[in-house]
Design a binder for this molecule. Structure first.
Ligand code: SF4
Length: 323
């Protein structure tokens, strides 16, 4: 189906001339934001925001093989992206990471790597490693940014400030490593303008892909406990669709849309419950775009962003970033 935006499916099909599927992995690397007395991002599940990833006890090869076996009946000609999803996938010594990425890449049918991590977990040696792999395969790095509102970032326990994100995206861009940024709509206390200004913030910086996600309140998370003690307003479907209809035109046309909704485990979902019917939500989003004639990048802001990157790179160099 044609969409009024550049979907990841579409982009991958164009690049690889076949169906390409992400296989979610749990390398069991943990997260620096959940150690040494830190309790992590308040929405994060015990599974480290990788609840659909393979079992952490299994090797990378076995996790990939299990998922390939399930998918190959429906998609015999598919190729795969090994998606290191759960926790922080650069939170280990370089030799450990090299072994894990190598293992994934040596699995038959794997044509690329996606590495989910934190902007404060990209030291020089890790960046060099990522660059090395990006020269051999298609690789992108996903950053959980969630919001550009510093006050909200502190409330959700993100654990780094916006300047750290800025440095990370410029360091990655300088190495031509595609960046995918994850934003959450519906964080407590945020207005529609706050959420849209987060979209603008990330679009003004190097960005290859974007994930827009509805806030899911999950059981056994600090946010879930807060909600059960003192419920706060959650986004209803109509408001979420309106937000997407305002966000999509802001996103430059070259940015690949990886996600427009959430993906929480149903059994742990406290709310919003309407989001658990993924197919219905997906259809409602597509219908809203058609009904309102919404198109990615149609806003003048998106067009300004297209011209913005060269100036940004220059200003970064002037500020001493290594690009
Ligand atoms: S950085 Fe990711 S894994 Fe770590 S606490 Fe936050 S959401 Fe969870």
């Amino acid at each position: 189906m044609d969409t009024p935006y550049l979907s990841l499916n579409q982009w991958l099909r164009q690049q690889f001339q076949t169906k390409v599927i992400k296989l979610s992995l749990n390398a069991n690397l943990g997260c620096p934001n959940r150690q040494n007395g830190k309790s992590g991002c308040i929405f994060c599940s015990a599974g480290g925001s990788g609840d659909f990833a393979g079992p952490k006890e299994a090797s990378i090869t076995d996790q990939l093989q299990q998922q390939k076996t399930l998918l190959s009946k429906k998609w015999p000609a598919a190729r795969y992206i090994a998606y290191f999803q759960a926790y922080t996938n650069t939170f280990a010594p370089v030799d450990v990471l090299r072994r894990l990425y190598e293992e994934a890449l040596s699995t038959e049918g794997v044509v690329g790597l996606a590495i989910a991590t934190r902007p404060d977990c990209l030291s020089e040696d890790i960046l060099t490693l990522l660059k090395e792999f990006s020269m051999r395969t298609f690789l992108w790095v996903e950053l959980g940014f969630q919001t550009a509102q510093e006050q909200t970032a502190r409330f959700i326990g993100r654990g780094y400030d916006n300047a750290v994100y800025d440095q990370a995206v410029f360091h990655l861009a300088a190495r031509q490593i595609p960046v995918v940024t994850h934003l959450i709509f519906g964080l407590p206390g945020e207005t529609a303008e706050d959420m849209l200004s987060s979209v603008r913030y990330v679009c003004r910086r190097p960005l290859w892909g974007i994930k827009l996600q509805l806030l899911h309140v999950l059981r056994q998370t600090p946010l879930g406990q807060q909600y059960e003690t003192a419920p706060f307003p959650l986004l209803d479907q109509k408001t979420y669709l309106e937000l997407l209809c305002r966000a999509l035109p802001l996103i430059p046309p070259h940015v690949v849309i990886h996600r427009l909704t959430g993906d929480g485990p149903k059994k742990d979902l406290i709310g919003p419950l309407w989001s658990s019917n993924k197919k219905a939500v997906h259809n409602a989003i597509q219908k809203a775009f058609v009904d309102k004639n919404i198109c990615q990048g149609s806003d003048t802001f998106a067009k300004e962003c297209e011209n913005y990157y060269p100036a940004l790179f220059l200003s970064c160099r002037n500020e001493g970033f290594d690009i």
